[in-house]
Design a protein around this ligand. Structure first.
Ligand code: ATR
Length: 295
């Protein structure tokens, strides 16, 4: 019987958790498939795409750092079909074939939102978000919020010009929404005053990086704000620990990582994953163990 193949490409790639995740799902659904991590240098990308196009069992792949934005340009150049999410955020993480055509999309948007839907569904219909950061991850987050009920987005970033660029981009895509920027000195009570959800999209808080510090203790911050960190290594960042100690609801990044994988899995292997809470706990633990082993 033929094996359906999928992969993730990046450089470096050994730290990727996607093989663990997809192999867990393949086992769960008893699918005769494989999912491999491939370390690819930039000058090998076109040969890799050709081998993908010529192999009918090679169903598709994920794209990760540092190729997500480069792949958007390649997709344009090669006339691949670019899904709305990827077009709006100009970054690709999922590639698949359908009827001899190559499609590219960005499933971080789905993963980000699904994590909220499953854990704090009441926050899907709120109105105001503060998005900290202005990189690729920030664009995926802002797009997801604007496609849903969020009307007001406050973008806070160290470099004002980048925040401005992101705000202008999304204002042109969603003219009826209210997108403002804020050049910060610190994340203080004033800018957190009227928000429903705070999302860290920067690398602050990641292992071996500086923490994102919010002074919860001395500011008497609103306890209704959901603090969402898309960083998942460590799972509990300093920001999340402090938010939790303050009595706020918190959301870690592991769910986003898990749910972003579902679109590719469905396109490549033909099954839409649906995890029970215990299966989700199981896969989260597998991923966390792998993270601990990596570090
Ligand atoms: P990604 O694609 O993962 O979002 P990126 O495009 O490199 O990564 O964006 C990184 C984001 O983290 C940016 O918003 C960056 O801020 P700048 O635009 O000012 O560079 C933010 N970031 C990274 N390190 C930071 C730090 N030490 N302090 C504050 N922001 C930081």
């Amino acid at each position: 019987m033929e094996i359906l193949k999928a992969a993730v490409i990046g450089d470096p790639i050994s730290h990727s958790l996607s093989p663990q995740l997809h192999n867990f799902l393949l086992k769960q659904y008893k699918i005769n498939g494989s999912y491999k991590a491939i370390n690819l240098k930039k000058d090998e990308i076109y040969d890799f795409i050709a081998s993908f196009q010529n192999d009918k069992n090679f169903r598709g792949f994920n794209v990760t750092i540092p190729y997500k934005e480069i792949f958007y340009k390649i997709a344009k150049e090669m006339n691949f079909i670019i899904c709305e999410s990827a077009e709006s955020i100009k970054s690709i993480n999922t590639v698949y074939k359908q009827e001899n055509k190559v499609y590219v999309s960005n499933s971080d948007t789905f993963g980000f939102l699904e994590n909220i839907k499953i854990n704090f569904p009441e926050y899907i219909n709120k109105k105001t978000a503060l998005v900290y950061g202005s990189g690729g991850a920030s664009r995926a987050v802002i797009y997801s919020l604007l496609k849903n009920n969020y009307r007001n987005i406050i973008i806070v970033n160290r470099t004002l010009s980048k925040a401005k660029e992101v705000a202008e981009h999304f204002t042109s895509l969603f003219p009826s929404k209210n997108i403002i920027i804020n050049c910060y000195t610190d994340i203080n009570k004033e800018i957190l005053e009227d928000i429903d959800i705070f999302i860290n999209t920067t690398s602050l808080g990641m292992k071996s990086n500086n923490d994102l510090i919010i002074d919860f203790k001395n500011q008497n911050l609103n306890k209704e704000i959901l603090f969402y960190d898309i960083v998942y290594n460590p799972l509990m960042t300093k920001m999340l620990i402090d938010a939790q100690n303050n009595g706020n609801k918190i959301l870690t990044g592991i769910g986003m990582l898990i749910y972003q994988a579902f679109e590719g899995f469905e396109k490549w292997f033909g099954v839409k994953p649906k995890l029970t809470p215990s299966q989700q706990k199981n896969i989260s633990q597998i991923l966390i163990d792998k993270l601990n082993k990596n570090s």
